[in-house]
Design a protein around this ligand. Structure first.
Ligand SMILES: [Zn+2]
Length: 418
């Protein structure tokens, strides 16, 4: 088994953490900002130093490729260099930087792969500057229309299209990722499970399905001091009842269902006024779409009136569970075991570029532990040894996939010649 160079990986992660450094260990590196452009320039500098050639597609996605012995579809690693405001230094960056270290190790050991090996940086994964998240992998996979994405504007009114043009990172549509033997994304878990169980590597089976609904309660605004309680139509107390009822029903579903009321708005939101409307979101995630549908049925079955208020609900959006490719997942699982690492099979509750790429390329992900499960905050932390172990799994998975795919292709050729 090959191992990556610990010091070199840590040093490169630290160098990338300097682009948009917040001073509190975190980074603010919004997509296509000055800081993001500096990180992209660094990516190209390091890639070329290793001997890779770099291409850019029309969404600003970067591809650094080391050629293989044969001219065939590449094996691809990658993640994203952009961050949320005051985010962590590992989220996304680890998958890109580890990819570079993996290729550097391959070159250093004179390992000749059959396939070209590509490291990718996806543009605007976080969606923190331009909505939606996973914008560019979504365009590659045909989930989002590029024309719509170009018009998505940040809080200053700058559109994605303008930012892309100014950045100098607008490349050719012909460079887009089309065919690949496999795609593997190494990422921090962004949850507390691996740390809690003491396991070192998460073998990610797929991404959980989810539903996001909005529930509205309509009453009547009036003076908070002069309206007797029996004469009110107060949607706030009705909302409180609905929330408690929802929790009671949701607790009856499998205990690994996760659900969140993350946004609640009262109108007019003045302390001397009885609100006339309260609206809140309920989102729920589970690997089984049956369970997700049950959540939707619970919401559909809410009473139409409560406390003399009108109750309505609508689904804002959802996604089906994405199952990763069995062969690539197995390659990750076997590799981690061969390296003597403790593994856990798990689904990602968070969205990743890999979930879109999985729609047309055999895909899997590798998770490493997140201290306390923190992410999207400056004190997000994964030990450098955990990062290196993830990179070891990535390296040996890529080498295994290279061998497996080559023997398969030889078999096909043999069969053809027979
Ligand atoms: Zn990420």
């Amino acid at each position: 088994m090959e191992k990556v160079n610990r010091q070199r990986l840590q040093s490169l992660l630290e160098q990338f953490a300097s682009f948009g450094a917040t001073g509190e260990n975190g980074v603010t590196r919004l997509s296509l900002s000055r800081e993001d452009i500096a990180a992209r320039d660094k990516f190209i500098e390091v890639s070329e130093e290793i001997g890779m050639s770099v291409k850019v597609d029309d969404m600003g996605n970067l591809y650094a490729t080391l050629s293989g012995k044969k001219d065939m579809p590449p094996i691809v690693m990658g993640s994203h260099l952009d961050s949320v405001k005051k985010g962590g230094r590992f989220d996304g960056t680890l998958g890109v930087v580890a990819g570079l270290e993996v290729v550097r190790t391959i070159v250093e050991r004179n390992i000749e792969t059959e396939h070209p090996i590509t490291v990718m940086n996806f543009t605007n994964e976080e969606g923190a500057r331009f909505d939606p998240a996973m914008m560019s992998s979504g365009v590659l996979a045909g989930k989002f229309a590029k024309e719509d994405m170009l018009l998505s504007a940040d809080t200053e009114g700058v559109t994605f299209g303008q930012a892309l043009e100014i950045s100098g990172y607008e490349g050719e549509a012909g460079n887009r990722l089309r065919e690949a033997a496999a795609f593997v994304e190494l990422h921090i878990e962004q949850g507390p499970v691996l740390e809690h169980t003491g396991e070192e590597i998460g073998v990610v089976q797929g991404v959980m399905g989810m539903t996001c609904c909005e529930i509205s309660l309509k009453g009547e605004s009036n003076h908070a001091g002069t309206t007797p309680i029996p004469m009110r139509k107060d949607p706030m107390f009705a909302a409180a009842q609905v929330i408690v009822d929802l929790q009671r029903e949701l607790k009856k579903l499998p205990e690994d269902l996760v659900y969140t009321i993350g946004r609640i708005q009262a109108h007019p939101n003045i302390h001397t006024v009885i609100p006339n409307e309260v609206t809140f979101t309920l989102e729920a995630r589970h690997t089984s779409m049956d369970v997700v549908r049950q959540v939707e049925r619970i919401i559909d079955r809410l009473p139409k009136t409560l406390e003399r208020c009108e109750v309505t609900s609508r689904k804002l959006w959802g996604r089906e569970t994405v199952e990763f490719d069995g062969a690539v997942v197995n390659a990750v699982s076997e590799t981690a075991a061969e390296l003597g690492l403790r593994t856990r099979n798990m689904y990602s509750g968070a969205g990743h570029d890999a979930q879109f790429i999985a729609s047309y390329i055999p895909t899997a992900m590798i998770f490493v532990p997140s201290a306390k499960g923190y992410s999207h905050r400056e004190d997000e932390y994964t030990s450098y040894e955990d990062c290196a172990q993830g990179a070891d799994v990535l390296l040996n998975t890529v080498l295994k996939l290279d061998r497996n795919a080559s023997t398969q292709e030889e078999k096909v050729l043999e069969e053809k010649s027979v």
